[in-house]
Design a protein around this ligand. Sequence first.
Ligand code: CUK
Ligand code: CUA
Ligand code: CA
Length: 639
Amino acid sequence: MNDKKNDTTDVVPEPKGVSRRSFLGTGAVTGAVLAGATALGAGTFTRESWAAAAKEAKSRIHVAPGELDEYYGFWSGGHQGEVRVLGVPSMRELMRIPVFNVDSATGWGLTNESKLILGDSAKYQNGDCHHPHISMTDGKYDGKYLFINDKANSRVARIRLDIMKCDKILTVPNVQAIHGLRLQKVPYTKYVFANAEFVIPHPNDGRTFDLQDKNSYTMFNAIDAEKMEMAFQVIVDGNLDNSDADYTGKYAASTCYNSEKAYDLGGMMRNERDWVVVFNIPRIEAAIKAGKFITLEGSSVPVVDGRKTDGKDSEFTRYIPVPKNPHGCNTSSDGKYFIANGNLSPTVSMIAIDRLDDLFAGRYKDPREVIVAEPELGLGPLHTTFDGRGNAYTTLFIDSQVVKWNMDEAIRAYKGEKVNYIKHKLDVQYQPGHNHASLTETSEADGKWLVVLCKFSKDRFLPTGPLHPENDQLIDISGEEMKLVHDGPAFAEPHDCILARRDQIKTQKIWNRNDPFFAPTVERAKKDGINLETDNKVIRDGNKVRVYMTSMAPAYGLTEFTVKQGNEVTVTITNIDQIEDVSHGFVMTNHGVSMEISPQQTSSITFIADKPGLHWYYCSWFCHALHMEMVGRMLVEKA
Ligand code: CUK
Ligand code: CUA
Ligand code: CA
């Protein structure tokens, strides 16, 4: 227990054992969920032993000035659209990686290099990130890429971890709202698995809006991780929420909360059970290789049908009924279970991965025979994470708690043995969604830290008006009991984060001149006969003007250039500084132009010189004692 007491009887947690409300029937629980939505304002804290607790917590997470953290944390930026890099356990924010947003500091969404990566989707300036995941080899992080979804515009992005920049974005075709995203763990991340959440008509051209129509469905998507191109799509029954992959490379699983294919709340809760759908990856690959697939109108992506026909399973999928409206889907770090989190049910369902071969071979009458336990944990279980010592940690949204429970004991209890598999319950502040233990998605789960991403912070921080920050809490899980050690206010709902050991991430100190990130710009310069490292030149090409210059603290290679009003101007700057950390910027005042040029980087930006007169440009990153003097003038002659 942490040392704070909650003064409302409604949310008083029991430190150990099963919550008194967890035995409510499903119907009552559904009622509690709906009531919970209005009862969230309840608790206030008394802070009697705050000082002592705070002191102890501080010593656990303190990373002294100049010292480095043990873990990299990659945080989803939620509907802010970026990825944030934090040090753990200090929870210091180290960097922000713009992805689906427009970023003024780096020029992401403004520069030609970033627009090329954003592709057709550059027209969207919003995103909604949920699930950041690091590429793996043999079930361990290889530190190469981080992938993240954009639910808002149905995209998946890849970040190169050596430079911590987004290098590819793919809009997943034929679907709406990419939500659950996980990576193949074994033998390596060949596929990014991405769930499209919403059921839509196919083709979605207005000829029908009926979700019950047999041509209304959503799809499970596999993306080739290296090429960032679609590999295949699988039509499913119901919808798709979260997913995960196993440690054999054979199976992926997804939760479905809308087996009803309903469009409203009541409809989506109609069925007593929804399901987990399991995908047989080798069978799908074999069918595609054999040419047994279809394509949808206007798309060349191979599609296979994973729906049941007349109650009969397809060869590609199995549907395992679980209590209604499950949410999170998590593979235990020992590789044994897919765990579906009950959400509306106080339970989680443990699916034995070693029974899936038999399930696909048709050896079970009832697909629920693959479920080896369904422990009751408390109200609103959303996501589960693991410590590598046989324990699981599940967030309880409604109870505002994290529950630590033992997987083997839960299985024994399911068989009828009298064991208390609940090890500890800890209050969190408040209403947690995802949680993530250090290295939990890999075979190296080390059981040291647990991050809990709370959706509400209420009274935990200085008030910031009607919009409150979220609260990302850090919990020490190295002992028997969980200990809350840090509160981390965060903007715009991170949803999920991932932790990697610091030795697993290897970054470049300065850019490599041959980096593919700006290779297209280098190519174009070559066509103009420009040596980017030495030339400062203006190329006139009809109405287009291309300005090439170098930057080296504290000066641009060109302090003046002249164009005609109405010219389309592309400024390309190469930072020839070789000194780590000496980034320059380029801002053309009153033109909406801003970009970053880090050591040995080439960046370019295009704009219309629509106003005659003198326009100053300046360096926006403080690079030198004479940084203020790092300026130049664009002279625009009247048309
Ligand atoms: S989801 Cu947000 S709390 Cu998008 Cu992984 Cu569960
Ligand atoms: Cu260059 Cu400031
Ligand atoms: Ca449902």
